[in-house]
Design a binder for this molecule. Structure first.
Ligand code: NAD
Length: 364
């Protein structure tokens, strides 16, 4: 696989240059690049800079992302807001949604934000982190619209839904150096992880996907060409649970977000819609009480034993349970110091993108 480490600031400049070449404004390019590099810093390369070539260039070319568009925010009442992404880069739409929601949650104690025409909203956990780091609880349910289904229903190998992500953020105030952030697809893995493996030429682990014969797809290129489907979260043991969450996310996206749902005619590309709910926890508990419950949960998880014979699973970060958000925090601390690993093939994909946009690219 090879590859180099690149410092975050340099990678942000590279991503900004590429985004400017798509036709975004300077301010937008900086914000989108920051979100992509934040994903890299936290260990989610599937939602990092590789997306510029695998997802955003074809979406811009197809008119599914308008690089010059900006989202519009409609405040419906003290606690209800609708954000229309207008097919701008989704990272901009997510930012508007969280900014509007945080303002309204501070005033009203609770805020609900519906999001439509989000194009590809990227790493949903970014919103949960923003809210929780700011002392506010967040829940987000996102659907995908479009005709980019990749996930099977239990007992099927047909692509019924997309990977409909869910994120939850809970502030920890002064108790922990990171917020609790659960940020997951409702499939065994995000589809972006398959795409990234296709770029890097790595096989898919067992347990990610299924075909009509019940066997998994091991070659990511074959999956990308349309064979098989990702299993819902819970796999062949308890896929009904992930499937149920995916249905809820699908409907939240359709009802509160007013996006398209599967079964309706959707656009060809991803067009995320979603519901973001924010709650000011200090309206229920004092900071001291919250820190106390966080400490109890933290100690409980840390005091379990983790024998080497018991596996955490092939996509879990680390060999034991951490708190959600902790692996991302640890990776962030390390990568801010050591730089971000970029595989040779990802570097080539970015160079090819730069060539096609007519700009010079120095990655190192
Ligand atoms: P994943 O399987 O990598 O799981 C990540 C979550 O698991 C995090 O909350 C992390 O803190 C937690 N975690 C990891 N190791 C842990 C451990 N040892 N102990 C405790 N918790 C642990 O994530 P995924 O499902 O592959 O999703 C990856 C990304 O894809 C997410 O950022 C998601 O928002 C994004 N996504 C976006 C879309 C979209 O349409 N925009 C769709 C699907 C997924």
């Amino acid at each position: 696989m090879g590859g180099n480490r690149i410092m975050a600031g340099r990678l942000r400049d590279v991503a900004t240059e590429l985004l400017l070449a798509f036709g975004t404004s300077e301010a937008a390019a900086t914000q989108i690049a920051t979100s992509l590099v934040d994903a890299e810093l936290r260990g989610h390369a599937s939602h990092g800079v590789v997306r510029l070539s695998t997802t955003y260039q074809p979406m811009v070319n197809a008119g599914a992302i308008d690089p010059e568009a900006t989202p519009t925010v409609e405040r419906r009442s003290a606690s209800l807001t609708s954000v229309d992404g207008n097919r701008a880069f989704g990272q901009l739409t997510g930012r508007e949604a969280i900014d509007a929601g945080l303002e309204s949650a501070r005033e009203s104690g609770v805020a609900v934000v519906g999001i439509q025409n989000g194009a590809h909203l990227g790493r949903i956990g970014e919103w949960a982190e923003r809210a929780a780091d700011d002392g506010v609880i967040a829940f987000a349910f996102v659907n995908t619209g479009g005709s980019m289904a990749t996930v099977a229903a239990p007992g099927s190998a047909d692509r019924v839904f997309a990977t409909n992500p869910i994120a939850v953020g809970i502030p920890t105030f002064d108790e922990l150096p990171f917020s609790i952030v659960l940020d997951v697809a409702t499939s065994q893995v995000a589809h972006g992880k398959v795409t990234k493996r296709a770029v890097d030429g790595r096989r898919l682990p067992e347990g990610w996907s299924v075909t009509e014969t019940g066997d998994p797809v091991r070659d990511p290129g074959t999956f990308e060409a349309g064979t098989g489907a990702l299993l819902p979260l819970g796999g062949q043991t308890a896929g009904h649970k992930g499937f149920g969450l995916a249905v809820c996310a699908e409907l939240f996206g359709g009802i509160v977000g007013r996006g398209t749902v599967y079964g309706q005619d959707g656009p060809e590309w991803v067009n995320n819609a979603g519901t973001l709910v924010l709650v000011d926890p200090l309206r229920f508990s004092s900071q001291e009480e919250i820190e106390h419950v966080v400490a109890s949960v933290h100690d409980r998880v840390k005091s379990a034993t983790y024998p080497s014979a018991v596996s955490t699973g092939s996509t879990t970060k680390g060999d034991r349970a951490l708190l959600p958000g902790e692996p991302e925090y640890r990776t962030l601390v390390r990568r801010e110091e050591e730089g971000i690993p970029i595989t040779d093939r990802t570097a080539i994909a970015l160079s090819e993108l730069a060539d096609s946009l007519g700009i010079e690219l120095e990655l190192a």
